[in-house]
Structures are given as structure tokens and as C-alpha cells.
Design a protein around this ligand. Structure first.
Ligand SMILES: [Zn+2]
Ligand SMILES: [Zn+2]
Length: 115
């Protein structure tokens, strides 16, 4: 059960997980304290295809085998499927950078230089 709370700590959940199309396989806790609940596939932009959700409710409803205390800021919990065990690791420098970019950078235009 979820303890009574104010629903004031918001995080992001990708639409695949929010709509029940894919299992929740990745829980990221950004260095700046933002939580992200993702399907773990990289076929969408984290910033665009996500909705705001209450973190405490998500832990209470969607997660039975993981608690917020197991994932400190700057860490990611991942699993292979809905019944698999969670593995917590530190975010890579690249992941920390990606999340920051997704939140602030505009979508890259078609006229970006070719690499
Ligand atoms: Zn809530
Ligand atoms: Zn997704």
C-alpha cells in the first residue's frame, strides 16, 4: 500500500509504460533529483514521450520489488522484465549529459551539419 502523501514529488514516465504497452524496466534517479520511469528502450525522446506522474504513487502501485531508497540520486535501476530482479548502478557521464540535454535543448534541425 502507498502511504498517504501530498503527490507533490513529480517524476516522468514514458508513454509506453504509462499506457501499459511495455513493462517498466528502467528507473532513473537524476543527479538533480528527478525520477524517470522508462520502458528502457531508446526509440523515443525522454523529454517528448513522457508524462508527469507522482513518484510515491508509482513506487506504491507499479513497483513491488524496488523502493526509492535503493536508487540514490545519480543512479539507475534496470531489470530484464517485469518479474526480473533489479540491478542498481551509477549513471554514466553520457547518461547524465543526455538527460540534461533532453530537458533543455531544442530538437535538432534538418540543417544540422553532417558528421
Ligand atoms: Zn502520489
Ligand atoms: Zn518507452
Amino acid at each position: 500500500m502507498t502511504a498517504p502523501h501530498k503527490h507533490d514529488k513529480k517524476g516522468l514516465m514514458c508513454n509506453h509504460v504509462a499506457k501499459g504497452k511495455r513493462p517498466l524496466r528502467m528507473v532513473a534517479h537524476d543527479a538533480d533529483g528527478v525520477w524517470q520511469f522508462m520502458c528502457g528502450q531508446d526509440d523515443h525522446s525522454r523529454a517528448k514521450q513522457a508524462r508527469r506522474i507522482c513518484v510515491a504513487c508509482t513506487f506504491g502501485k507499479n513497483l513491488r520489488s524496488l523502493t526509492a531508497g535503493q536508487v540514490p540520486a545519480g543512479h539507475v535501476a534496470e531489470r530484464d522484465g517485469s518479474g526480473a530482479a533489479w540491478a542498481v548502478r551509477e549513471m554514466t557521464a553520457e547518461e547524465l549529459g543526455q538527460i540534461g540535454d533532453a530537458a533543455t535543448a531544442p530538437v535538432k534541425g534538418a540543417n544540422a551539419p553532417r558528421g
